[in-house]
Design a protein around this ligand. Structure first.
Ligand SMILES: C[S@@+](CC[C@H](N)C(=O)[O-])C[C@H]1O[C@@H](n2cnc3c(N)ncnc32)[C@H](O)[C@@H]1O
Length: 276
């Protein structure tokens, strides 16, 4: 145990994987679903007044009468998807948290909203010119490495019909954290484990071309050590312009958030709307 622990206490190599699943872990996904459904938290999804504003704004720039088929990537338990449906889009949602997708499927049956949900990694989608709008909401694009972002962009481009829109948000460099270490004792269990555990949290910065940040949690229980590595990246208008149009998008617009706020150089997020 001691040797295993000391291995984790040095800065990991770029993109060292977690020891287990994060979004799809049996215990973590329970807390994550609670976070999604608690209207007072904004850890997993944004607060509902923002969500409502965001859905109305997306429906105003890509009107469902013309942009009918919408694909929501990383849809979680369907908080946006249900609202997109209420705006009269035909909605497909994809997520690789089994618990979230099961919850979303129950909701669409209850609401008779007829949303198609798939438990799937969005890096493996294979649609061809099927959607008018593809959304990726709450800065998920920023969690991907450049290799995975390029895979996703090609898949999104292929899945969109001509003139279709890819709408997503990312964090700006203002949101980059300072390196830090802290610890937490969860006597009764907590987010990462139902067992009593100590959690060692660190933030690491990397000087690679992609300005990568790692938020690491090492979770120590009586009988195990697990390590969760959450990677993040930060974007400017210029970095998005150098990355996305070369994939084949014809035009783009930027906003300050995914609810249509005006773009500002000093904002915490950027929303990109890229048209095929
Ligand atoms: C921060 S949550 C945002 C959920 C939703 N977009 C919202 O704003 O309410 C990120 C979601 O993306 C999902 N996710 C992350 N990577 C994924 C991948 N490669 N394929 C499918 N889903 C993914 C997670 O399971 C999680 O539900």
């Amino acid at each position: 145990m001691f040797n295993k622990l000391s291995d984790y206490l040095i800065k990991p190599k770029l993109y060292t994987p977690s020891t287990g699943k994060f979004w799809d872990d049996e215990h973590i996904s329970k807390g994550m679903l609670e976070a999604h459904l608690n209207p007072n938290w904004h850890a997993a999804t944004r607060k509902l007044d923002f969500v409502n504003k965001s859905v109305k704004w997306i429906a105003s720039i890509a009107q469902p009468t013309q942009f009918h088929q919408l694909l929501d990537l990383g849809c979680g338990p369907g908080i946006y998807a249900e609202r997109f449906r209420n705006e009269c889009y035909t909605v497909t949602g994809i997520d690789f948290s089994r618990r979230s997708i099961e919850y979303a499927k129950e909701q669409t049956l209850l609401n008779k909203s007829n949303i198609e949900y798939h438990y799937k990694n969005y890096l493996t989608i294979d649609y061809v010119e099927q959607f008018d709008v593809i959304t990726l909401i709450y800065c998920d694009y920023a969690s991907l490495s450049i290799t995975d972002r390029l895979i996703l962009l090609r898949k999104v481009h292929q899945a969109l019909r001509p003139n279709g829109k890819f709408i997503f948000d990312v964090f700006t460099p203002l949101m980059r954290k300072a390196e830090s270490c802290s610890w937490l004792y969860c006597e009764e269990g907590g987010f990462f484990s139902e067992k009593p555990h100590i959690c060692l949290d660190s933030v690491y910065q990397y000087d690679d071309e992609d300005n990568t940040e790692l938020r690491q949690s090492i979770v120590i229980t009586e009988d195990a050590v697990n390590c969760y590595n959450i990677w993040d990246h930060f974007f400017t208008k210029e970095t998005l312009i150098s990355e996305i149009p070369p994939i084949g998008f014809n035009s783009f617009e930027f906003y300050g958030d995914i609810a249509g706020k005006g773009f500002s150089d000093t904002g915490e997020t950027i929303c990109g709307v890229f048209t095929k």
